[in-house]
Design a binder for this molecule. Sequence first.
Ligand SMILES: Nc1ncnc2c1ncn2[C@@H]1O[C@H](COP(=O)(O)OP(=O)(O)O)[C@@H](O)[C@H]1O
Ligand SMILES: [Mg+2]
Length: 290
Amino acid sequence: MTSGTMERVTTREAAGATRTTVVPSAGAAAGAGAAGGAAPAANKMVVSDLNLYYKEFHALKDVSLTFPENQVTALIGPSGCGKSTLLKSLNRMNDLVEGCRVEGSIMLDGSDAYRDVEVNDLRRRVGMVFQQPNPFPMSVYDNVAFGPRTHGIKKRAELDEIVEQSLRDAAIWDELKDRLKKNALGLSGGQQQRLCIARALAVRPEVLLMDESTSALDPISTAKIEELVAELKKSYTVIMVTHNMLQALRVSDKTAFFLLGEMVEAGDTDTIFTTPSDPRTADYVAGRFG
Ligand SMILES: Nc1ncnc2c1ncn2[C@@H]1O[C@H](COP(=O)(O)OP(=O)(O)O)[C@@H](O)[C@H]1O
Ligand SMILES: [Mg+2]
């Protein structure tokens, strides 16, 4: 884990991006970061007593949840229970929704995401991949270079390196290296989604939010993205919404179950699926509703 993180910082510095303090602050958040022992994972993000309203509608109710660093956390629950709302609140996408009000706190590496972190910086550090692949109508290369360019990186050699590394990290370099100039809209759905992951990685985020990012894909593309997520968690903290119980079991370390805006229960994925403490969780993971 440490070497992966260190590499990431080096890359970020090489890319000329501004943020360089990820590792020390994450380490500090670990608290008793044990001398050589198996210290528990630091919490990359911490949600405390979160209440979110869309005008009068109370969409998230007293949600408290931690997201351990370099782990995959799955958010599960029936449609409309607030999974996407929570995901969007983590990088303040809800700021764009009129009438949306947030109470409580969301911390990123110990800093308040709503008060102490500048919103553009927050969205760079906490990237998002959506349900439908949404590449921009431009070349593969320009899709991946888009974010770095908006952050001021102009040198061709530097962009080339970021594009290649991001496509490699998204496990699609070999498929696309000879098609960098082709329009991204001509790719298959599965390729488009991995391209969107590469585009998200190109600005060197620390947290990756995935909102049902495989639900529009065929089983083979889904399997590729699941494999990719297992690889990505070595360098990133991943938070994924999924309707696929088997996917949550295969991919996630931690699972949180939501119902009607409340977080019913969270814990180790194995525990949530085998011996949950709340009967509603048991019913849901057994497929008895939802
Ligand atoms: N922009 C919005 N304005 C008003 N209500 C919304 C908005 N977005 C979501 N909601 C409502 O909030 C609840 C949670 O939605 P959502 O987070 O999308 O659920 P999920 O992702 O679990 O299916 C739903 O009742 C939904 O209708
Ligand atoms: Mg949703």
